[in-house]
Design a protein around this ligand. Structure first.
Ligand SMILES: NC(=O)c1ccc[n+]([C@@H]2O[C@H](COP(=O)([O-])OP(=O)(O)OC[C@H]3O[C@@H](n4cnc5c(N)ncnc54)[C@H](OP(=O)(O)O)[C@@H]3O)[C@@H](O)[C@H]2O)c1
Length: 237
C-alpha cells in the first residue's frame, strides 16, 4: 500500500504513520519538523521537511518527495493548526489567512498537483473536525477553515472521478492540540472546552496510535458506504 500523508511529525499523523508501517505500507510524509520514526526496513518511510504554509514551495516539494511514486492507494491530508481559542472579532485577519493556507489551501495545491501529474489515487481522506459544523464560541478561525476544507473536498469529488474523497472528523484524539485546549483555555470563558477536559484520559479521547488504527480500519467502509465528497464524523458511523 502506498500512502502520502501530511503532518506526520506528531499527533494523529505520527500515529497513522506508525500504524501504516505496521500494516506494511510505504509512507511518504511531509511536515516542518520531519517524522522521527525509525522504520524496520529502508525505504518504507520517505520524509520531507516542508512548510505547508508556504504555498509556492509545495509543488517543488511534492516533485522531489514523490518523484519515484507511480500510484497512491491513500492520501491523508492531516496537517492542521488550531490557532487560539478566542472571539472571532478579536482574531487578527492575518492569523486567519495563515490558518487557511495551512488547513485549506495547501490541500488544494496538493490535490491540483496529483491531478496535474495524473498520479492514480484510490482514496483521499482529509482530516476535518466536528468544529467544521459546530461553530462553537471561540473556535472561529479553526471552524471556518475546517468548514472550508469540507467544501473543498465536496468540490473536488466530481473533478476526481477515479478517486474516493472524504472529509473525515476523527473525534477527540489526545495530541498536542488537546494539551493547549485542556490545559490553557479557560472553560468558564469558552464552555465548549469543558467536554474535552472531561474526555481526557477516557476512551472518548484515545491516544494517537489507537485513533489511527480505528481510522485505518474504517477506510473500506468510507469507500463502500459513503459518497465521494461527503463529510463523515467517526462518532456518527
Ligand atoms: N486532536 C484532536 O482531538 C483533533 C480533533 C479533530 C481534528 N483534528 C485534526 O487532526 C489533524 C492532526 O492534528 P493533531 O491533533 O495530531 O495535532 P498536532 O499533534 O499538532 O499535529 C499537527 C501536525 O500538522 C503539522 N503541521 C502544522 N503546521 C504545518 C505546516 N505549516 N507545514 C507542515 N506541517 C504542519 C505538524 O507538523 P510540524 O509542526 O512538524 O510542521 C504536525 O505533524 C489536524 O488537521 C487537526 O485539525 C484533531
Amino acid at each position: 500500500m502506498n500512502v502520502f500523508i501530511t503532518g506526520n511529525s506528531s499527533g494523529l499523523g505520527l500515529g497513522l504513520t506508525e500504524a501504516l508501517m505496521d500494516r506494511d505500507a510505504i509512507v511518504w510524509g511531509m511536515s516542518r519538523t520531519g517524522c522521527a520514526l525509525k522504520p524496520k526496513f529502508d525505504d518504507v518511510l520517505r520524509d520531507r521537511q516542508q512548510d505547508l504554509g508556504k504555498l509556492n514551495t509545495i509543488e517543488e516539494g511534492l516533485d522531489r518527495l514523490l518523484s519515484d511514486c507511480l500510484r497512491l492507494d491513500l492520501v491523508i491530508l492531516n496537517a492542521g493548526i488550531l490557532g487560539r481559542i478566542q472571539e472571532i472579532a478579536h482574531t487578527d485577519v492575518h492569523d486567519l489567512e495563515h490558518m487557511m493556507r495551512v488547513n485549506v489551501w495547501s490541500n488544494k495545491v496538493i490535490l491540483d498537483w496529483l491531478i496535474e501529474r495524473q498520479l492514480p489515487v484510490t482514496q483521499v481522506v482529509a482530516i476535518s473536525s466536528g468544529a467544521a459544523v459546530n461553530m462553537s464560541y471561540g473556535w472561529g478561525g479553526y471552524s471556518l477553515s475546517k468548514a472550508a476544507l469540507n467544501n473543498l473536498v465536496r468540490l473536488y469529488a466530481p473533478e476526481m472521478p477515479n478517486t474516493h474523497l472524504t472529509a473525515f472528523a476523527p473525534g477527540l484524539v489526545d495530541t498536542g492540540m488537546q494539551d493547549y485546549l485542556c490545559e490553557e483555555v479557560d472553560s468558564d470563558e469558552f464552555p465548549s472546552t469543558q467536554k474535552l477536559k472531561d474526555a481526557r484520559g477516557t476512551e472518548d479521547m484515545p491516544k494517537p496510535r489507537e485513533a489511527a488504527d480505528r481510522i485505518l480500519d474504517l477506510l473500506d467502509t468510507l469507500r463502500s458506504d459513503f459518497d465521494s465528497g461527503e463529510f463523515v464524523d467517526i462518532r456518527k458511523m
